[in-house]
Design a protein around this ligand. Structure first.
Ligand code: ZN
Length: 419
């Protein structure tokens, strides 16, 4: 098992050995360096939100391309170690700076710029409440981070218009504010949970597992964590062994146009020709120009005379007219016509049998009634005693008069008469 695995690793190493070598030439003194395979120039105005952890679009990376990002620094103790490792491998990454960190350690920001990394911002004090902050709160948070980070730079124009919301606590208002200022909102494609209380091995495993699952993307790390510093050499070693390539992302400027891309490249997995949905026409967005011609119904339309009158269905004038012109149907309309079942039966069966049949045909109703009453009587005996007199009285009446007044008796009488 172990031997098989080492063989696979060895084979992978041999297969991909050629790829990093091509970039190592750009890394003097480090022939085995992972290097940076290419620089991607992006225009924040064309693709304002990126990172599939939260958004539809992400950077237009090819398979096995990775963008490394580091948040929350600079914190000299760990940031300097991260910087050294990246330098040794000639890897260019993107750093999202916290304003207060830049204020406390401006030299750390200058080092990043001098090393050629991309520097964006990550708010002033890293509040994890961007998703519920009013504009009066998030505006100074965003601007404070930008001010202090650019103040730390020798050339403030080096600051990239890239922003990552602390804790990825996104909100529509925050995003719209950033976008209105031409700032690109960066989420990520996968984290490595290096801000949690996990081992550096776990950080390395998660980074590689999640990268392998997506095949490419933006990795979210933090250069202020000891476990990240410990995990980074292993991540870099594995990226090299598995043939991944590092992409450096920079913002477009007047003299540096955006890398030409097609919209579909900004999707993590662009739909192929064989995917039916890619060819399905989009549902049109209907725009109603004449909305004013469709007023909301007035209270009067709902048959309410005054606003205090409950909105119950009321007899309309038309209904009243109908009621007054149509006569009440006569009782005999509902009588069962002569010559029905029991009469027919009386020709073949005895008169007594016909009567029984006729009774049976009608009794279920009465029997059920009685049963229900009996049950109710048992169950609610104490309560019925205190109930309105109508209840028990009605029950008693029904019991006494039912056989005489209900239809079966009448029908039986009819049979008798005929016979
Ligand atoms: Zn953060």
């Amino acid at each position: 098992m172990v031997r098989t695995r080492s063989w696979i690793v060895l084979c992978l190493g041999l297969l991909t050995a050629g790829a990093p070598a091509a970039y190592a030439a750009d890394c003097p003194g480090h022939p085995d360096a992972l290097g940076t395979s290419r620089t991607l120039v992006v225009d924040p105005r064309e693709h304002p939100r990126i990172g599939t952890m939260q958004y539809r679009e992400t950077l237009p990376l090819r398979d096995h391309e990775v963008v490394l990002t580091f948040d929350d620094g600079p914190l000299p103790k760990y940031s300097n170690q991260v910087l050294k490792m990246l330098d040794d491998e000639c890897i260019k990454a993107t750093f999202f700076i916290i304003g207060q960190q830049a204020k406390a350690n401006p030299e750390g920001v200058r080092k990043l710029v001098a090393a050629g990394h991309t520097v964006g911002t990550h708010s002033m004090s890293h509040p994890l409440t961007f998703d519920r902050m009013p504009v009066e709160k998030y505006e100074p948070e965003i601007n404070g981070g930008i001010e202090w980070t650019s103040a730390a730079m020798t050339d403030p124009s080096k600051l990239a218009p890239f922003f990552r919301i602390p804790g990825l606590m996104r909100a529509e208002g925050v995003e719209n504010y950033l976008i209105s200022r031409g700032i690109q909102v960066w989420s990520a494609d996968f984290p490595a949970d290096d801000w949690r209380h996990v081992s550096s091995d776990r950080v390395y495993q998660l980074a590689m597992q999640r990268l392998e699952a997506k095949g490419k993307g933006i990795l979210l790390l933090h250069d202020i964590q000891a476990r990240t510093v410990a995990a980074l050499p292993k991540i870099i070693r594995d990226l090299k062994a598995r043939g991944y390539r590092i992409v450096h992302v920079v913002p477009a400027t007047a003299d540096r146009p955006a890398t030409p891309t097609t919209p579909v490249e900004w999707l993590l997995h662009p739909p192929t020709e064989t995917t039916p949905i890619a060819r399905w026409p989009a549902v049109p967005n209907f725009v109603f120009t004449e909305t004013r011609t469709l007023p909301a119904p007035a209270l009067a339309d709902l048959n309410a005379l005054t606003e205090h009158q409950p909105l119950l269905p009321r007899r309309t004038k038309a209904q009243t007219n109908i009621a007054s012109t149509l006569a009440v149907p006569g009782r005999d309309l509902f009588a069962i016509p002569e010559g029905s079942v029991e009469v027919l039966l009386s020709t073949t069966l005895s008169r007594r049998a016909a009567t029984r049949m006729a009774m049976a045909a009608e009794t279920p109703h009465t029997a059920k009634d009685k049963a229900a009453k009996g049950k109710a009587g048992k169950m609610h005996a104490p309560r019925t005693a205190h109930a309105a007199p109508a209840g028990p009285k009605h029950a008693a009446q029904a019991k006494n008069t039912a056989p005489k007044s209900t239809t079966p008796t009448r029908l039986a009488t009819g049979v008798k008469k005929r016979a």
